[in-house]
Ligand binder design. Structure first.
Ligand code: 4NP
Length: 158
């Protein structure tokens, strides 16, 4: 079975990218695809912290436990250790492009636009809003994760 190393990246690594990591792990486990996942933030504000409790709760409601994740900042080495680096929004993508080494091997893309013909948009930052924003984030990430796994494994049954 082909295996891919995938890093999800947002700003703080406490709301969106830990959720994307957990949801991608869940979606991949239901289909015959092996993903080795991690997540990181472009900023260092929350390094060492657990995910935001609103993200933990929103994912727990779909049977996914992300409570053991710990935030870290993205590193230069990530650009060679991962096959894919998935940015949650345009600002994350732009910040990552600024530090991406010239000949690094990872495919750096916006999560919602990982290939031509797929445009599921930016994952909006729910941090300053209410809990409903985290439910919306969960639904949006699930749609993109399904499409991403189909992209990696196009013959899988949906
Ligand atoms: P995230 O959300 O990038 O999805 O983890 C945020 C978390 C923290 C902050 C901003 C966004 N912050 O400014 O502390």
């Amino acid at each position: 079975m082909r295996s891919y190393k995938v890093l999800t990246v947002c700003l703080g690594n406490i709301c969106r990218s830990p959720a994307a990591q957990g949801i991608l792990e869940f979606v991949a486990s239901k289909h015959s695809i092996s993903l080795a996942l991690d997540s990181a933030g472009t900023a260092a504000y929350h390094v060492g912290n657990s995910p935001d409790s609103r993200s933990i709760t929103a994912l727990k409601q779909m049977g996914i436990d992300i409570s053991q994740q710990k935030a870290r900042q993205v590193s230069i080495a990530d650009f060679d250790s991962f096959d894919w680096i998935l940015a949650m929004d345009k600002e994350n993508l732009s910040d990552l492009k600024k530090i991406q080494p010239e000949h690094s091997s990872a495919k750096l893309v916006m999560f919602g636009e990982f290939s031509e013909g797929v445009a599921l948009g930016e994952i909006s930052d729910p941090y300053y809003g209410g809990e409903e924003g985290f439910v919306h984030m969960r639904e949006h990430i699930t749609d993109v994760a399904d499409a991403f796994v189909s992209h990696l494994n196009p013959r899988r049954e949906r």
